[in-house]
Each structure stands twice: as structure tokens, then as C-alpha cells.
Design a protein around this ligand. Structure first.
Ligand SMILES: C[S@@+](CC[C@H](N)C(=O)[O-])C[C@H]1O[C@@H](n2cnc3c(N)ncnc32)[C@H](O)[C@@H]1O
Length: 256
């Protein structure tokens, strides 16, 4: 079995659309995992995945990089806080937000903090999705070590977290507005009428064709005037062809 055959077999058996991921990167990750397990070929590894749930979990862990933190790239989050969110809130008091590829929940909870501060009467809805059920369980638990919270001010820590057994636990006030669920950006249908879609540090793993397709689908999922927020190292070069207007380097708008 070659690498393509492996990807197809894994796709069929576990419903993972591995063809959408950048091939070199993906292969490097899978090869190093196989080497660490002493597995020499793809068929043997595929058979191992079929019979061993723990190995399937490790495999998914390796292809989905789950690193995240609260207010990742704080200077960019400041633009969201000071410019983008106030404008969206002027247009609609009850925001519908989608955090796509939400990892451990630090991103959607950061968004929930901003919403709570700027619209204390509530009513916003934050959908937070990821393909990795293991990391979604971590996100739902909402329990974090200090390292993930370096960009959270002492005032926010005091207001939105309880300190328990050396960890910071997200308070009910934030949890209420965040809905976590499984969603594969490469396979599953996208929702509609979002005011804000946040998809950061996810597209970097996908091929250029898949990125374009995803951005087209994000555009259709936004309400007119809604905004897509992407990662610090990302850019959408052909945003005009795709139908977006650029607000700033990391913010793209569906024309109103
Ligand atoms: C590096 S994290 C980014 C987390 C957060 N957005 C941030 O910027 O801090 C990438 C996340 O994308 C998720 N992911 C990878 N492939 C995905 C897919 N096909 N559909 C949905 N999520 C995916 C991974 O499971 C991982 O949690």
C-alpha cells in the first residue's frame, strides 16, 4: 500500500478527508509517528489503526495540531475588539459567531469574553467546532493552565475564571454562550447567516485548492456585511475573485 492508498483507506474507514491536507506536511507527520511506533509500512499501520482505538486517537492527534491560547496574537485581537466587533454589534446586537477549528476552546472563550464585555445583555451565540473529538472534550471542560492564559489580563481572569486546584476554570457566564460540536471543514455542510467567522491556523494545513473552496463556503455562510477573521500568518491573496472585501490584513468582509 502506498501513501495515496493509505489516505484513501483511512478516508473510507474513518471518514477523514486526508486528500485536503498538504501532502508533504501530512506525510512527514504520519511517517514520524509510524517510525516512533516501529511500524515499517502503510498497510501494517492501517491495520493497526483498524484494530486499536488508542492508536487511532494518537493518529488524529498527530494530524490535527491542537495548539491554541486565549487571545492568540493579542495585537490582532485588539483590532477585533476595538474596531470589528463594535461595528458588528451596531448592526446586530445578537451576534452569531462561528469559531471553526476551535481546538481546546481558548479561541471561542476569548470571543465570549469580548461579547460579554461589549454586550452585557447577552444573546450572542458562539458555535465552536473541530474535527477532533478529543480536543472538543478538553474545550467543553474549560479548564486551563496559566500558560494558555498569558494574554488574559488579571481583571479578566478574576471576572471570567474560577481558580481550582492549580487551574483556571471558565465560569458559567462564558460557557452559556458557547456551543461545541464536531464538524469537519472538508466534508460537513456549513451553516448560514454568521456575523463573524473565525478560522485561524487551520487553513495552513490544507492545499491551496481546498483553502479556496473553504473561503468560498465561508463567504456563503456569512450574512452580507459579516466578517471572516483569519490567522496571523495567513492571507487570502485572491480575496476579490472570491467575493470578499478586505477590511485589514486579517479581516475580510462579505459585501453588504
Ligand atoms: C492549530 S489549531 C488552531 C486553533 C485555534 N483556531 C487557534 O488559532 O488558536 C488547528 C485546529 O484545526 C482542527 N482541524 C484540523 N483539520 C480540521 C478539519 N478538517 N475540520 C475542522 N477542524 C480541523 C484541529 O483539530 C485543530 O484543533
Amino acid at each position: 500500500m502506498d501513501f495515496q492508498g493509505f489516505k484513501e483507506a483511512v478516508g473510507r474507514s474513518f471518514g477523514l478527508a486526508l486528500d485536503g491536507y498538504k501532502e508533504k506536511q501530512l506525510k512527514r507527520r504520519i511517517d514520524s509517528l509510524m517510525a516512533s511506533l516501529g511500524v515499517g509500512d502503510y498497510r501494517q499501520y492501517y491495520e493497526m489503526l483498524l484494530r486499536d482505538a488508542e492508536q487511532r486517537r494518537r493518529f488524529l492527534d498527530r494530524i490535527t495540531i491542537n495548539v491554541s491560547e486565549f487571545f492568540r496574537n493579542p495585537e490582532i485581537f485588539q483590532m477585533l475588539e476595538k474596531q470589528v466587533l463594535p461595528r458588528l454589534l451596531r448592526e446586530n446586537r445578537k451576534l452569531r459567531i462561528w469559531s471553526a477549528g476551535c481546538a481546546n476552546g481558548a479561541e471561542p472563550y476569548s470571543l465570549a469574553i469580548l461579547c460579554a464585555e461589549q454586550n452585557p445583555s447577552g444573546g450572542h451565540l458562539i458555535e465552536a467546532t473541530d474535527v477532533d473529538d478529543g480536543i472538543l472534550a478538553v474545550a467543553r471542560e474549560g479548564k486551563y493552565k496559566k500558560e494558555v492564559l498569558v494574554n488574559v489580563s488579571p481583571q479578566r481572569l478574576a471576572r471570567f475564571f474560577d481558580f481550582q486546584d492549580g487551574s483556571y476554570v471558565v465560569k458559567e457566564e462564558l460557557r452559556r454562550g458557547v456551543n461545541f460540536r464536531h464538524h469537519d471543514l472538508l466534508k460537513d455542510p456549513y451553516g448560514r447567516d454568521y456575523d463573524l467567522i473565525v478560522c485561524r491556523n487551520v487553513a495552513i494545513y490544507f492545499t491551496k485548492e481546498i483553502q479556496d473552496e473553504m473561503y468560498r463556503r465561508f463567504l456563503a455562510a456569512l450574512r452580507p456585511g459579516g466578517v471572516l477573521f483569519i490567522g496571523a500568518t495567513e492571507t487570502i491573496l485572491q480575496y476579490q475573485q472570491l467575493g470578499f472585501q478586505k477590511l485589514a490584513s486579517w479581516f475580510y468582509q462579505r459585501p453588504a
